[in-house]
Design a protein around this ligand. Structure first.
Ligand code: CTP
Length: 447
């Protein structure tokens, strides 16, 4: 039986008002449609853990798609239904997603020993999930609002800080859960339970890792690389002999560990800047894991993760480009070159390349140059545009790009910091293109 508890107060305390409003609306709608409705999974786990998680997953005992469409209408969102799986996604006007699933007994496959007839649909739905801490639900119907449904001892496991599976076939049914166990254990500083760890080893012994498809593996690795504790995950993967089961190249040498520690710091720093573009962390981690490996070895690792030929080529090209950038950077430093030169060279790299570069070189001066580039120079915009060149009477042509680049260089070097100075420079160049080594442009009417 589920341990009864109502977490209405926690919901109010720990969630934004609008989201609590949505929970109430969902409950009232389900009442009208005579369905039971629950919020489930990571959303509930994170309320109990008091870590913010706004990704709402709903399970309806009844017709989930009809429910999603009605709730989508009510909230002014768009609804995408997947009839085959009886699921739907509501996309709210602010971009927030709500996943809606249907709990229907007849759809489930279950271990033969289980007396299924006696289980409610929500219990069966929760039983199929990965870990006890993810198998929680909160009912949202009005008369039951906030009722916590915990059939499998999730509250006890959260209190004892352990990751536990719900049944012994869990990892065999879905080997990605091995990686998920590690990811959650590191994220929340939980232990993997003794029996659960034995089941992981057992699944590894059965070669489940080798059977896991490259794209599912890659997907899970990307999730790990988005975690602040990615390196701890990799270490635990090594200790469980998971890394070598994925690919013999993944040894996690001491040098790699040191590099990965730096990557973690650099990524943490970069995330704190709250810039618009989130880096693709996996590229940076892959660079570290393939650091020092030959192209053929790297290719074989990439193939294990089912990367596309384009992804592999881009990755190898990035590695090559990075070596050039490092070389140019050293020359620039040696010659005490202007900032604009550094900037144009680093513009050749995607942001992941610059972040890896930063991770690789610990010297303070290098870090300062690169962080200056990322925070101040990379996205610095001119105060003028092509339109100003047009107004100054310059005929359209390739000179536009070159002139703007020159003005940008002047700006980066602090020689044309405001619009007025930039316009003056443009006029000077148009009058005398040789000033920046350009061919004279054809005469215009104004001339
Ligand atoms: N789930 C599962 N087995 C998997 C993947 C997911 O049982 N291999 C279940 C879990 O119950 C999980 C839910 O599906 O809570 C939603 O999955 P996902 O969105 O990946 O998980 P979250 O728990 O929300 O994790 P995160 O905090 O990383 O988003």
């Amino acid at each position: 039986r589920s341990r009864e508890r109502n977490i209405r107060i926690l919901l109010n305390e720990r969630l934004p008002k609008e989201l609590v409003g949505i929970l109430h609306e969902a409950g009232e709608l389900a009442d009208e449609l005579e369905q039971s409705i629950y919020a489930v999974g990571g959303f509930v786990r994170d309320i109990l853990m008091d870590t913010p998680n706004l990704d709402l997953d709903l399970v309806v005992e009844g017709d989930g798609i009809a429910f999603a469409q009605a709730l989508g209408d009510k909230l002014g969102g768009r609804v995408r239904a997947h009839r085959k799986f009886q699921t739907a996604v509501i996309v709210l006007p602010d971009g927030q997603h709500i996943d809606v699933a249907t709990a229907r007994l007849e759809y489930y496959e279950y271990p033969a020993a289980l007396p299924t007839v006696e289980l409610s649909s929500i219990k069966m739905d929760l039983y199929r999930r990965d870990f006890t801490i993810n198998a929680l639900a909160v009912q949202l119907n009005k008369s039951q609002f906030g009722r916590l449904v915990d059939f499998f001892g999730a509250q006890r496991d959260i209190k004892n800080r352990v990751i536990r599976v719900l049944h012994s076939l869990s990892f065999v049914e879905d080997p990605t859960r091995i990686l998920r166990a590690i990811r959650f254990a590191q994220r929340y500083s939980f232990q993997i339970g003794g029996q659960t760890e034995r089941l992981i080893k057992n699944a590894l012994g059965l070669g489940m890792m080798e059977k896991l498809s490259g794209s599912r593996l890659f997907n899970e690795m990307c999730l790990i690389f988005e975690e602040k504790t990615a390196l701890a995950c990799l270490r635990q993967m090594r200790d469980l002999r998971l890394l070598s089961a994925i690919h013999p190249m993944l040894t996690l040498s001491p040098a790699q560990e040191e590099l990965l520690e730096e990557i973690e710091k650099v990524l943490e720093w970069y995330r704190l800047l709250y810039l618009n573009h989130a880096p693709r962390s996996w590229i940076i981690y892959f660079m570290a894991l393939a650091n020092g490996a030959k192209d053929e070895e790297t290719q074989s690792l990439a193939e294990r993760f089912n990367l596309t030929p384009k992804q592999i080529n881009d990755f190898l090209a990035l590695r090559k480009q990075l070596n050039q950038s490092i070389y140019h950077y050293k020359m620039w430093k040696h010659r005490k070159g202007p900032l604009s030169q550094l900037c144009f060279q680093l513009d050749e790299l995607p942001v992941e390349g610059v972040l890896f570069f930063m991770s690789k070189f610990k010297q303070e001066a290098t870090r300062r140059d690169l962080s200056q580039y990322l925070t101040r120079l990379k996205d610095a915009e001119l105060d003028i545009s092509g339109r100003d060149l047009q107004l100054a009477g310059l005929p359209e042509g390739p000179a536009y790009g070159e002139i703007l680049k020159k003005v940008r260089a002047a700006m980066l070097d602090g020689n044309a910091s405001c619009r007025e100075d930039q316009l003056n420079l443009v006029r000077k160049i148009i009058k005398d293109p040789a000033y920046i080594g350009l061919e004279p442009h054809p005469r215009t009417k104004k001339d």
